[in-house]
Design a protein around this ligand. Structure first.
Ligand code: 5AD
Ligand code: SF4
Length: 436
């Protein structure tokens, strides 16, 4: 019996797919090479923007022929669309055999058995603490240098554009002991980098242990040379966390801190809980404590009623901060969110033009920042081969670097001199192998 999982969305979802794979392999399933070979096909979906959600249903449409030819093939719909649409999925598509929410991952064996024995169409959306209790050691992680470890599930914020509190539920933290055990096992398996995951990792709490305490504890795991955590919330990024970043040698000097907008009036309408000045203050403190930190962010353009002036404020903000990397999106109305009913008034063509302008500004900033690294030496953890057959890896600041070298160096740390730079990656030549 073979399985295949198709994944959309964020790192949380990628890691959920690893957990689902682990469960299927415990049940004796082997990975399939392609969709037609799969006996069980799981679609692990994302609903953060409408487009991501539409893609799932058009994808299902494309599977119709295959399912007619192979009626025994089981199709399960998992992830955030599953949680959000629930029973509605069965009405929208006759191809789906079961629906499994992101909190109900551990129920996969029983739900599969129900489909196989009773041939009905079960659904499980899980309980609040179902997924945080899942033992991450069961995940079937892709072999490589970096492993994800979930530390917080859910989100207690109420940003008006965001569907995540609906799909992932209230915040809940994983016990620190479980995180340490899982991380130590990953080090033993040869992983050198760990990325701690949560919708709002700054909210981590297990008794007295907060994120800063957790980072300090994770320093003692031999073999883990790099530690990252995502996603942070600007209103919750405490000085204690910044100090832990400064003090802990394995914590990378990179931080993803979604701002969403550079305009105070838009931030207030989004209910983000901070102002532009407060965000700038966080960054200033962070840059003082961790001088060479690389910052990345998310920006939404065309939030309902965003005026040209409010948009200009976001541009100004990007010029002021000069992020090392930026993910930008056109606002997409989501059901059951506060902003869905807000008056919009900004035409789509205008939103698209704003996105283009913002992205071209940011490309210039990234090109300039990356060029300033030419001639410098960077430490690269080699994670694979590029399409051109070069080695590729990442710096501690999370920049992609391509350079010539031996494929046997994958998994090693190499010191590289930067020779050329584009907006999204660096090129260089190796100076020395630093070890594994
Ligand atoms: N429309 C557009 N972008 C959104 N994001 C979240 N919700 C929406 C939405 N409704 C963006 C935010 C978030 C990132 C993961 O996706 O910028 O940080
Ligand atoms: Fe998409 Fe958000 Fe769900 Fe991640 S948590 S899969 S980004 S909707």
């Amino acid at each position: 019996m073979r399985y295949l999982i198709q994944t959309w969305g964020c790192q949380m979802n990628t890691h959920d797919s690893e957990k689902l794979s682990g469960i299927l392999e415990e049940l004796g399933y082997a990975p399939a090479e392609s969709v037609p070979q799969a006996d069980v096909l799981l679609l692990n979906t994302c609903s953060v923007r409408e487009k991501a959600e539409e893609k799932v249903f058009s994808h299902l449409g494309a599977l119709r022929r295959l399912k007619e030819q192979r009626p025994g093939m089981i199709i399960g719909l998992c992830g955030c669309v599953a949680q959000q649409e629930g029973e509605g999925i069965f009405r929208r598509s006759g191809l789906v055999d079961f629906v499994l929410g992101p909190r109900a991952i551990a129920s996969l064996p029983s739900i599969l058995e129900e489909v196989q024995t009773h041939r009905n169409r079960p659904m499980d959306l899980g309980r609040r603490d179902d997924s945080i209790r899942f033992d991450g050691a069961r995940a079937r992680r892709a072999p490589g240098t970096k492993a994800f470890v979930t530390i917080v599930e859910g989100c207690n914020k109420a940003c008006t554009y965001c569907i995540v509190p609906t799909t992932r539920g209230r915040e809940i933290s994983k016990p620190a002991g479980a995180i340490l055990r899982e991380s130590a096992a990953l080090a033993e398996q040869g992983y050198r980098e760990i990325e701690l995951l949560g919708q709002n990792v700054n909210a981590y709490r297990d008794g007295d242990v907060r994120l800063d305490g957790l980072l300090r504890m994770l320093q003692h795991i031999e073999g883990i040379r790099r530690l990252r955590f995502t996603t942070s919330h600007p209103a919750h990024l405490s000085i204690d966390i910044m100090r832990a970043m400064r003090d802990c040698p394995t914590v990378c000097n990179a931080l993803h801190l979604p701002a969403q907008s550079g305009s105070d009036t838009v931030l207030a309408r989004m209910q983000r809980g901070y102002t532009r000045l407060r965000y700038l203050d966080r960054i200033e403190r962070l840059r003082t404590l961790v001088p060479d930190i690389a910052l990345s962010s998310d920006i939404i353009v065309g939030y309902p009623g965003e005026t040209p002036r409010e948009f200009e404020e976001s541009l100004l903000f990007l010029r002021e901060i000069e992020f090392d990397q930026l993910y930008s999106f056109i606002y997409s109305p989501r059901p059951q969110t506060g902003a869905a009913t807000e008056e919009d008034g900004v035409p789509m063509a205008e939103k698209e033009a704003r996105l283009r302008e913002l992205q071209s500004l940011q490309q210039g900033i990234q090109r300039k920042k990356n060029r300033s690294l030419i001639g410098k030496e960077v430490e690269v953890l080699v994670d694979g081969l590029s399409r051109q057959g070069q080695l590729k890896g990442r710096t501690r600041t999370n920049r992609v670097v391509n350079f010539d070298g031996d494929p046997s160096w994958v998994g090693e740390f190499v010191s590289v001199r930067v020779e050329a730079a584009g907006p999204n990656s660096l090129e260089g030549h190796r100076i020395a192998r630093v070890g594994s």
